[in-house]
Design a protein around this ligand. Structure first.
Ligand code: AMP
Length: 192
């Protein structure tokens, strides 16, 4: 299996690049943001509690996310691998993810990080908000809160993968095609 963590702040382009990666490499796309939004839309108990955090630009508690990923992995069979988009977002999530994959006889092969500065992120997310319909993409202070959560709680996850020798970083500025080409180079290294 080939399991990749696509990492980067909100607005870095993870969703766009994930789509291109899954088409080219035949991997499964797992996005915790998408899973959470589906729970919110279904008004499930998990969705109702997660919404409180999402509406404030805060991270949803680890135990909720870890349970959700565990369920997803248990219900997924016969895949070539997956793209983890939007998780792990804390070091505790990263530790749990290693255990979940180990239980499946698998592992995370590498993390690919998209680097984009904070000002560019805010601009991009506001632009995305014009069409995404996401309330959290349309309010500048909420976007800044999400970026702050990323810098405080999520950025340290890079260190977790660096210490395992599994970290690669890519410039997230440029055309979608340029960035994708650089991602492909990194993925091909992981396949060797
Ligand atoms: P995203 O679509 O990845 O930007 O996620 C939207 C929102 O969902 C975030 O602002 C968080 O509130 C929540 N969320 C998504 N993934 C996670 C995660 N792995 N850990 C905690 N909260 C998450």
């Amino acid at each position: 299996m080939l399991n990749i963590v696509l990492f980067g702040p909100p607005g870095a382009g993870k969703g766009t690049q994930s789509q291109l990666i899954i088409e080219k490499f035949g991997l499964l796309h797992i996005s915790t943001g998408d899973l959470l939004r589906a729970e919110v839309a279904a008004q499930s108990p998990l969705g109702l509690s997660a919404k409180e955090f999402m509406n404030k630009g805060l991270l949803v508690p680890d135990e909720v996310i870890i349970g959700m990923i565990d369920n997803k992995m248990r219900s997924t069979k016969d895949i070539k691998g997956c793209i983890c988009d939007g998780f792990p977002r804390t070091v505790d999530q990263a530790v749990s993810l290693d255990k979940i994959f180990a239980n499946n006889g698998s592992k995370i092969n590498g993390m690919i990080a998209l680097e984009v500065d904070d000002e560019e992120l805010t601009k991009r997310i506001l632009l995305r908000g014009e069409t995404s319909g996401r309330a959290d993409d349309q309010n500048e202070s909420l976007i800044r809160q999400r970026v702050q959560e990323y810098n405080e709680k999520t950025a340290p996850v890079a260190g977790f993968y660096k210490s395992q020798g599994k970290f690669a970083s890519i410039n997230g500025l440029g055309t979608v095609e340029e960035i994708f080409a650089n991602i492909c180079t990194e993925i091909e290294k992981l396949q060797k």
